[in-house]
Design a protein around this ligand. Structure first.
Ligand code: DQA
Length: 175
């Protein structure tokens, strides 16, 4: 079987998965489980409906399913809120038990000093992810206040950004 040039890794794996009759981690080589918090800010519960030309047609639930499927060895805590205080409370509640964070603060990325402060208090590393390439958009989206509390930031890669972030967090926790 010669995989197509694009997405090679993804296309050869369904064969192995069906061969072994179970889910195999598609993109991850670290088997040591970690608890990952995946935090979404305002308006992101409307993914799939909201400006699909920018954010695509897949929903937040699709993202959750995809992440769990690609990284079956890890546990995930997903949380979305339209309220800054609720996001901060969630971070506080899981400050010590969550080992790594993937955070898409939505519009709060450009404005919330309080969320940035909360992220800085987490025990585990955080990576900020934006589905769209904020640097190709309005200039007010070019300032990323919360990203300053993260070890890195991925912008413009859609759902793949979350996969890369989790892979990087695995690597970071193994250092
Ligand atoms: C976003 C980018 C933000 O500028 C915007 O306010 C969002 C979504 C993204 O994932 O591309 O809500 O975080």
């Amino acid at each position: 079987m010669i995989p197509k040039k694009s997405g090679t890794r993804y296309e050869i794996f369904p064969f192995f998965r069906s061969f072994f009759g179970k889910q195999l981690p598609v993109v991850s080589s670290y088997l040591c489980p970690m608890l990952v918090g995946i935090l979404h800010g305002p308006n992101l519960q409307l993914l799939g409906v909201r400006e699909p030309e920018i954010y695509g047609s897949k929903t937040l639930l699709d993202l959750e399913k995809e992440v769990k499927q690609y990284f079956p060895q890890h546990d995930f805590l997903f949380f979305q809120s339209n309220h800054e205080g609720e996001l901060i409370d969630f971070l506080h509640d899981h400050r010590t038990n969550v080992q790594a964070w993937v955070v898409n603060p939505g519009g709060l990325a450009h404005s919330s000093v309080a969320l940035a402060d909360a992220l800085r208090m987490m025990n585990g590393p955080a990576i900020e992810v934006h589905l769209s390439n904020v640097f190709q958009r309005e200039s007010f989206r070019h300032t990323l206040i919360t990203a300053s509390s993260c070890i890195g930031c991925i912008s413009g890669l859609g759902f793949a950004g979350y996969h890369f972030a989790i892979q990087m967090l695995e690597k970071k926790l193994h250092e």
